[in-house]
Design a protein around this ligand. Structure first.
Ligand code: BGC
Length: 758
């Protein structure tokens, strides 16, 4: 039964209404007991429950209940596995029901613009499509249990430096194509119960009072039905925020902002209906939880630990392998590095979980009776070279068949609240890896980090396994993957550039503290490296397996398609190796119409398939007009120019196996403003004006032919004439005596009339 929230709102005093617009404390909404409205709890998120008893603190410093720490989004994105993430979400949803949490704050879908963002570990990818798909899966899973999610941080919050006040200066096309689609896809496909607005400003306006963002785009265009909550403390002008579409303020301002709402209504500067609409949204979400409690839900910490291990096994990315992995039974292996014993498995800040249990790779290896020795080698929590430990590590490495170094970033290197200063790993680790590789050719590096790092030793080691911040089961997962009990199947959701300076945001990150200019535009991540033909350490989508996959038989459901059509792209994938494994089929689209400012290619589809040795499966992915489109700001819509597009299928962005070509035909017409500066080329690009200009030019050419014999014109003359003509503004027709001022006026009138302009 749906509650009649309108009827409840009608019974409230103005003060009661305003009171529901902010939190009771850090984690609860306010109750109105006389109307049967209970308080409910919201809690971080995203990859585990950080439920704090009592008033709590939002910085993650205080204790929270023991919970399961699943792999962070940096890892789960690399799974490229929607089903897996949905299942993980289901487990989180059940845990929330068991712990009486109405909303789990996450997932976080900000784009990894720079490897330095301190919170990259909580974010999925540099690619908006992958981000949106993974977030939608997470939301679907959690919300199956009638628990809400909070898609965050909306929007353009891509750094920690001055995140509470800095203005992200981003042009609309870049926002639409890179920074918003993660939210858009998740909203359209999974309808999160809440969205959390970011602290920062966008082009000068705080997200918390940005009507364009919170109402025009989010609700009117995308159809968001839930409520918007502030990031904790993100309110600027409360009343302006309410009018812009901001609903719930968290944690609250001791009633200060509620009083401002009451005052604004009393003074007549805020229409009470705006407040009523906000309450409707808040109460609908509240009761969707309160009226759908699940007494059968249990938080089984043991079982969920196992699930965390299983998820992480699907996320790890095998970046390099010269045959040393998987390790073979009976080999003597030296485990080096403190993360072998105490893995780094989660990041700092609001997502920090008080883990129910953590298992290390060393412990797992010992439990399985593997032939491993262990040397700490370097400290896990800092950057201090310990000569004695280094010597011990070298001796152990030289004495063993294989050396496995468990390396990565210490806690203090990446966290919510601040960005990284550089992209390097601690010097002590880089040095140890380089030295060990000199004495042991079979050196394997296992990485624990939340985002790309520089790997100066990459050429000199035999294998690299990226575990990311893999949650509390990371050690067991690493053990299974290293020893071949599981086959790595993750793919990079971000590029690993050679060095920080190669990153497209390098000159504009993190800005001067007041503004950060997203000057690289849509050229983020692989969109940039490919356009620049820049060598990278490991490309977007890259990831090896212990088996090999062959692609064959690409086919498309139609060669031509239009605005309303969908097109199916199929390919057969075969496991041609000797171990069961999973392939991630990636589909990229390349615009071949010659349109300016488009990346070389963009990810528009993917699917993960499990294949036994020798098995073949057909993978079919679907594309629509949007998959080919860029956002045209003048049109105010997505636009794919008519023409040819290439569909690229493969194992990674730099390992395309098969391609197909389609021809797209659009009925959309770009707007054209007729002024004296409008060029002939622009007029010929518009089907309506092209007719008029075409006729005019035909006549001019005929006249000219009478004067000059075409035989005397060289190819380059013709090309020059044509291109000068295309770039010629209307006003030049007078300058070059093609027509008089009056005739030009007449022509412009005619063109305007044809376009329906005045
Ligand atoms: C973070 C959010 C988090 C909230 C509550 C904020 O500082 O940015 O991601 O959900 O605190 O802890």
């Amino acid at each position: 039964m749906e509650r009649d929230v309108k009827q409840l709102i009608a019974q409230m005093t103005l003060e009661e209404k305003a009171s529901l617009c902010s939190g009771l404390d850090f984690w609860h909404t306010k109750p109105i007991e006389r109307l049967g409205i209970p308080r409910v709890m919201l809690s971080d998120g995203p990859h585990g429950l950080r439920k704090q008893e009592g008033e709590g603190d939002h910085l993650g410093l205080g204790e929270s209940i023991r919970a399961t720490c699943f792999p962070a989004a940096c890892a789960t994105a690399a799974s490229f596995d929607e089903e897996l993430i949905e299942k993980m979400g289901e487990t989180l949803g059940e845990e929330c029901q068991a712990e009486d949490l109405s909303v789990l704050l996450g997932p976080a879908v900000n784009i990894k613009r720079s490897p330095l963002c301190g919170r990259n570990f909580e974010y999925f990818s540099e690619d908006p499509y992958l981000t949106g798909k993974m977030a939608a899966a997470h939301i679907r899973g959690v919300q199956k249990w009638d628990v809400g999610t909070s898609l965050k941080h909306f929007a353009a919050n891509n750094q920690e430096y001055n995140r509470m006040s800095c203005s992200s200066e981003v042009d609309e096309r870049t926002l639409r194509e890179i920074y918003l689609p993660g939210f858009e896809i998740a909203v359209k496909e999974a309808q999160p119960k809440t969205i959390m607005c970011s602290y920062n400003k966008i082009n000068g306006t705080f997200s918390s009072e940005n009507k364009w963002l919170l109402t025009d785009v989010l609700r009117k265009e995308w159809g968001f039905e839930g409520y918007v909550v502030t990031d904790w403390g993100a309110v600027a002008d409360r009343v302006k925020g309410l009018e812009a579409g901001l609903d719930l303020e968290m944690p609250g301002s001791g009633g200060e902002n509620d009083a401002l709402i009451v005052k604004a209504v009393r003074e007549g500067s805020l229409d009470e209906s705006v407040l009523d609409e906000t309450l409707e949204r808040i109460l609908k979400v509240l009761f969707s939880y309160v009226d759908h409690r699940h007494p059968e839900a249990v938080f089984d910490r043991e079982a969920d630990h196992e699930k965390a291990v299983q998820v992480e096994k699907e996320c790890a990315v095998l970046l390099k392998n010269e045959g040393v992995l998987p390790l073979k039974k009976g080999q003597s292996v030296a485990y080096i590095g403190e993360y072998a014993e105490h893995p780094r498995y989660q990041g700092g800040g609001s997502s920090h979980i008080n883990s129910s249990k953590v298992t290390s790779a060393l412990e797992s290896a010992r439990a399985k009776g593997r032939n491993v020795t262990y040397v700490k080698g370097f400290p896990g929590d800092g950057d201090v070279c310990d000569e004695e430990e280094l010597q011990k590590a070298l001796a152990a490495a030289a004495a063993a068949d294989v050396a496995v170094i468990f390396a990565g970033l210490p806690d203090a290197f990446e966290s919510e609240g601040y960005d990284r200063d550089h992209m390097r790993m601690p010097d002590c680790q880089n040095r140890l890896i380089a030295e060990v590789a000199k004495v042991q050719p079979n050196t394997v590096v296992v990485l624990h980090n939340g985002s790309a790092v520089e790997c100066p030793w990459a050429e000199n080691v035999a294998a690299v396994l990226e575990m990311y911040l893999g949650g509390q089961g990371v050690g067991e997962a690493a053990d299974a993957l290293l020893w071949g009990e599981a086959n790595p199947c993750g793919r990079l959701a971000e590029t690993f550039p050679m060095k920080l300076e190669d990153n497209p945001s390098a000159l504009n990150f993190p800005g001067d503290g007041k503004k950060v200019h997203y000057a690289e535009g849509v050229y983020v991540g692989y969109r940039y490296y490919e356009a620049k033909k820049m060598p990278v350490r490991w490309a977007f989508g890259h990831g090896l397996s212990y088996t090999e996959f062959a692609y064959s038989n690409v086919r498309i459901s139609a060669e031509n398609f239009g605005d309303e059509d969908e097109i199916g792209v199929s390919v057969d994938v075969t496991n041609v190796g000797s171990m069961a494994g999973k392939e991630v089929v990636q589909l990229y689209v390349k615009d071949c119409t010659g349109t300016f400012g488009r990346p070389v290619k963009e990810l528009k589809g993917f699917a993960k398939v499990a294949l036994e040795p020798g098995e073949t499966k057909t993978v079919t992915l679907t594309l629509d007009a949007r998959s080919l489109s860029y956002y045209d700001v003048d049109l105010g819509d997505w636009y794919a120019p008519s023409g040819k597009y290439e569909l690229l299928l493969g194992h990674a962005s730099d390992d395309i196996r098969l391609t197909a070509e389609v021809t797209f035909q659009t009925r959309k017409v770009l707007p054209l403003e007729i002024t004296a500066a409008t060029t002939i080329g622009e007029l010929l690009g518009n089907p309506v004006t092209a007719q008029i200009i075409g006729q005019m030019m035909q006549k001019a050419t005929q006249d000219e032919r009478r004067d000059i014999s075409s035989a005397t014109q060289s190819e380059s003359d013709t090309k020059m004439m044509q291109s000068m003509m295309m770039g010629m503004p209307l006003k030049s027709l007078v300058s070059y005596s093609v027509m008089t001022v009056d005739q030009l006026q007449g022509l412009m009138q005619m063109l305007k009339a044809a376009l329906g302009q005045r």
